[in-house]
Design a protein around this ligand. Structure first.
Ligand code: ADP
Length: 395
């Protein structure tokens, strides 16, 4: 019997014809007899050679397919699958790896059904490849896409962890910021109500301290409310013609006592006059109060100069101090929420870490820009910002 005859032994003439076309596909059909210990291939049609690189005759040699072509790690599973299929009566699927003659590893899917269940059981099996060239390419693309998605998720996760850490730091700092003045208010009011003071002067001092702490508490709460208003888009501005000199005078009177208490020189200068800004007067004052407040807070020696000048279509403000300065690597982060140079719970200076962020939002909402400059720790700080100049067209 010739090879071709043997190979088509159990196949009808019409099937023989169509099997020539089947040789072009990456898959084949087989019949085999199976007993408890033996798998005996009886016929094979289709593209066995195209798939494996071996001649069809090799499939018909008992055990050649299992022992040479099927990957060693999958042989036992494949045997168990075929044995289980002989009594099932329905088609079953199993995927495993094969090694083609050229050394290429492929993944195939085998579907098997028992067609003769008496005597030596006859199986009809179909094997198709799952990982041909195109499959590989598309799975590479999928893997690359998955990798990118994974990288994105990792980035997002890192960002969320950072935000979460900032939030924890903020909650710790904010509750500290709220509790400190509140404890001080409670403390002084308790001393007063229990009568633990000597004379009117001490009573006045205790009352003054409780009042100062109340204002401080109010400021922190206002900052928190402001930032939530800004972030939810509920902050409304009223842009109008603002006389710059007037504001400078107010800032000077507001901070003169504080500066004197720390022995600091405070100067507020308008370099040209008259200057008018197109701004929301209350917000412009709020920005200056934040910046000058910081300058005094972070300066122990020397002084603070607040100046304003015309710069094209804008007015440019500078708040310069001779204070503790800011390390270069921390400078670009300070306009982010809750960031402080010293963010630890034991830090020396109070504050919620919201003043600069609020100032940045307000300046930008008025159409200007804000920037911070320091030559480094101990070398003072300058915060500069712009607001649009009032022009005739604005009238
Ligand atoms: P707060 O002052 O309430 O902490 P800010 O947002 O106003 O919050 O400032 C954030 C941080 O920026 C401060 O905690 C401080 O570390 C730093 N900073 C701001 N202004 C100055 C300044 N003039 N000199 C030194 N550091 C400053």
């Amino acid at each position: 019997m010739t090879t071709t005859d043997r190979q088509h032994k159990d196949v009808s003439p019409t099937e023989k014809q169509s099997s020539r076309g089947l040789e072009q596909i990456s898959g084949f059909l087989y019949t085999a007899e199976i007993s408890a210990a033996q798998f005996s291939p009886k016929s094979c049609v289709g593209g066995f050679t195209k798939l494996t690189g071996y001649p069809v005759t090799s499939f018909l040699k008992s055990n050649f397919y299992n022992e040479v072509i099927v990957d060693r790690d999958d042989v036992e599973h494949l045997r168990a699958f075929r044995r289980a299929s002989k009594s099932s009566g329905t088609a079953r699927n199993f995927s495993y790896r094969i090694n083609s003659r050229g050394g290429k590893k492929l993944v195939v899917n085998e579907q098997v059904v028992a067609i003769e269940m008496r005597g030596p059981v006859k199986l009809l099996g179909g094997i198709v490849t799952l990982s041909d060239g195109r499959g590989m390419i598309s799975s590479e693309v999928t893997i690359r896409k998955e990798k990118l998605r994974f990288q994105e998720m990792e980035k997002l996760n890192k960002h969320l962890l950072e935000v979460n850490q900032l939030k924890d730091e903020f909650l710790a700092n904010t509750s500290h910021e709220l509790r400190t003045p509140l404890n001080s208010i409670i403390g002084f009011l308790t001393l007063i109500t229990e009568g633990y003071y000597e004379g009117d002067d001490e009573l006045r001092l205790f009352t003054r301290n409780a009042l100062d702490s109340s204002y401080h508490l109010l400021n922190v709460i206002n900052d928190l409310l402001d930032i939530s208003k800004i972030e939810s888009g509920r902050m409304q501005l009223q842009i109008e013609k603002v006389y710059v000199d007037e504001i400078m005078d107010e800032i000077y009177s507001l901070f003169k006592v504080q500066a004197d208490q720390k022995n600091l020189k405070l100067e507020c200068v308008t370099l040209e006059t008259p200057l008018f800004a197109a701004a929301d007067v209350r917000k412009l004052k709020q920005v200056l109060i934040n910046l000058v407040g910081n300058a005094i807070k972070f300066t122990d020696k020397g002084g603070i100069v607040v100046s304003v000048e015309a710069a094209g279509q804008y007015l440019k403000y500078h708040v310069r101090d001779t204070g503790i300065g800011i390390p270069r690597e921390k400078q670009d982060k300070l306009f982010q929420k809750f960031i402080q140079v010293d963010g630890t719970a034991t830090r020396k200076y109070g504050g919620s870490g919201l003043g600069l962020v609020i100032s940045k939002h307000l300046v930008e909402m008025m159409g200007g820009e804000i920037a911070m400059e320091s030559d480094g720790a101990g070398l003072g700080t300058t915060v500069s910002f712009t607001v649009p100049k009032w022009t005739k067209e604005d009238i």
